[in-house]
Design a protein around this ligand. Structure first.
Ligand SMILES: C[S@@+](CC[C@H](N)C(=O)[O-])C[C@H]1O[C@@H](n2cnc3c(N)ncnc32)[C@H](O)[C@@H]1O
Length: 524
């Protein structure tokens, strides 16, 4: 599909929203008409010379390119954005603007599309995709950023003229002008009256209704109050600060704090960095200080600290060294965040970590994540975790196993701005089956007295509490350990977790991803 085939009015008058006659195509309800797909086959020159005076500014151009890549190529914004920022050599200020514009636009699509639908006289699907994305970028500048309306309009129109063509720029100008005439709060009341329904909450906070429902259920099933839902949805839309951890025995958080990062209020040797490129923090380039969500850090530390039953590691032959070496397994290790922390802890304790990952390229990422940790403490294996017992490295069984399972990621929506629109309820069924199979394989690989941590970055009940109940039903011999207590025991501040055996962290309460942890132990 050509990006330029769409027919829209063009010309200065239209661009400035003063167009009348041929170029003013509002209908009787004041909505702006566009020719949408009916314009197929029409080609517009990029712009008349007189219209080429202003070019798209580089920050907005980067945001446009990333949003297009997400929608056109199914790319991930967090991977494409840094590449584009580097390619265009944006300075720090422009990079920050491009990031906020890209992420905010992608997160806000549910709300912005509802508003755009009020301003356009046909289904948004009938607009050419590049035009729709440009409108979304403009809408976010007008309603979600503190960009003055005239700047948002002028810059977006210039972007459209440069990237799509002169024709659609008039249409985009007219639509954005309409949006700018109404304040955000009034738009919210118009497109999503506050009736507490999932649909309305979904539009107001730009989440699909099924995710709103799942998060409401999650709050209740984890002992929280359903009234926190709005706070949770808002937290999903806030830009997360970068979290880092100094690997135990290898890194030092002191220089990171001296460089301006804040100490984490809940995790040891961890810091929160709000000031731009984390790669510049001391230790990050060496891999001894690593970017990792604080909630993820705590789950890995909890697994490493929970007591084994009996003499777990003495029960079987030992694969990698002297008798008494604990054998740890990270069954789903890619890209290696928790594996790096576990391996550093294993190195300190004379234990050994097998990091398993099904995808070869992700197994490579795990190797990269582990380079700073002494090699004697870890091995990386590429293979299907469901068949871990067949791996030669698994022969002795494992004392500590992490199953950080593939999940919907509904607890990390703030970090992956496009994921809420990609996920579907059908994913839940596929993923919960896979999680159960991985858990069964892990139970099979546990030595007597060994502990298993089941972790997800989703709070959805089907992936968390229900999955844990099903596991205990299938394996009644397993003893469920107090995960909330285990998490608290490795935290530095009070996590305020409810008295449930499983533990759930929350973005709106803890400033972390919504990490879930369940712990079980095989009888010794
Ligand atoms: C939630 S991520 C793990 C994150 C990782 N623990 C970390 O902290 O960086 C889940 C991982 O499981 C992997 N995976 C999916 N199916 C798997 C399988 N059958 N066996 C092993 N790994 C699998 C995915 O490729 C993905 O890398």
């Amino acid at each position: 599909m050509s990006d330029r085939r769409q027919g829209h009015g063009s010309g200065r008058d239209d661009r400035r929203g003063r167009g009348r006659g041929r170029q003013d195509r509002r209908d009787a309800r004041g909505r702006t008409r566009n020719r949408g797909r009916s314009g197929a086959g029409k080609h517009y020159s990029a712009a008349a010379p007189s219209q080429r005076t202003r070019q798209a500014d580089p920050a907005r151009a980067v945001a446009y390119e990333v949003v297009r890549a997400v929608h056109q190529d199914d790319s991930y914004a967090n991977l494409v954005l840094p590449q584009r920022i580097r390619a265009r050599r944006l300075d720090r200020r422009d990079a920050g603007f491009a990031t906020e514009l890209t992420y905010g636009t992608l997160r806000g699509i549910g709300l912005y599309d509802a508003i755009l639908a009020e301003c356009v006289d046909r289904p948004l699907e009938d607009l050419d995709a590049p035009v729709l994305d440009a409108l979304r970028l403009g809408a976010h500048q007008l309603l979600g950023m503190r960009v003055p309306a005239h700047a948002a309009l002028d810059a977006t129109v210039a972007l459209v003229r440069e990237r799509i063509g002169a024709g659609p720029s008039g249409f985009v100008n007219a639509v954005l002008r309409r949006i700018s005439e109404t304040p955000r709060e009034q738009w919210l009341d118009r497109v999503a009256p506050e009736d507490g329904s999932e649909k309305s909450l979904g539009i107001r906070h730009s989440h699909p209704a099924w995710i709103v429902r799942g998060l409401r259920q999650a709050l209740v099933s984890h002992g929280a109050d359903a009234a926190e839902l709005t706070d949770l949805l808002e937290a999903d839309n806030a830009a997360p600060v970068v979290n880092v951890v100094a690997l135990p025995g290898l890194g030092d958080i002191g220089p990171v704090l001296a460089a301006g990062a804040e100490p984490s209020p809940i995790a040891p040797d961890a810091a929160l960095h709000a000031g731009g490129d984390a790669a510049r923090l001391p230790g990050v380039r060496d891999g001894v200080v690593r970017v990792q969500d604080v909630g993820s850090q705590l789950t890995a530390r909890a697994l490493a600290s929970v007591p084994l039953g009996g003499q777990a590691h003495d029960d079987g032959p030992v694969a990698s060294g002297a008798s008494g070496t604990e054998h740890w397994l990270d069954l789903c290790a890619g890209p290696g965040g928790k594996a790096a922390l576990l391996a550093a802890l294993a190195a300190e304790r004379g234990a050994h970590l097998l990091a398993n990952e099904v995808a070869d390229h992700r197994a490579d990422l795990v190797r990269g994540a582990l380079t700073a940790v002494p090699q004697r403490a870890w091995t990386v294996r590429a293979g299907d975790g469901r068949r871990i017992s067949e791996a030669p490295e698994a022969a002795p069984g494992f004392d500590r196993i992490l199953v950080d399972a593939p999940c919907t990621g509904l607890g990390a929506l703030r970090r992956r701005p496009e994921s809420r629109w990609r996920r579907t309820p059908a994913d839940l069924a596929v993923l919960t089956d896979l999680q159960a199979e991985l858990l069964d394989a892990a139970v099979g690989a546990l030595v007597p007295g060994g502990v298993l941590a089941y972790v997800t970055c989703s709070p959805h009940p089907a992936e968390t509490v229900v999955q844990t109940e099903d596991l205990l039903r299938r394996h009644p011999e397993l003893e469920q350990l107090d995960a909330a207590q285990a998490l608290q025991s490795v935290a530095v501040g009070d996590l305020g977790l409810p008295a449930t055996k499983t533990a759930q962290l929350w973005p709106h309460r803890h400033g972390t991803d919504a990490m879930f942890l369940a712990l079980v132990r095989k009888p010794a």
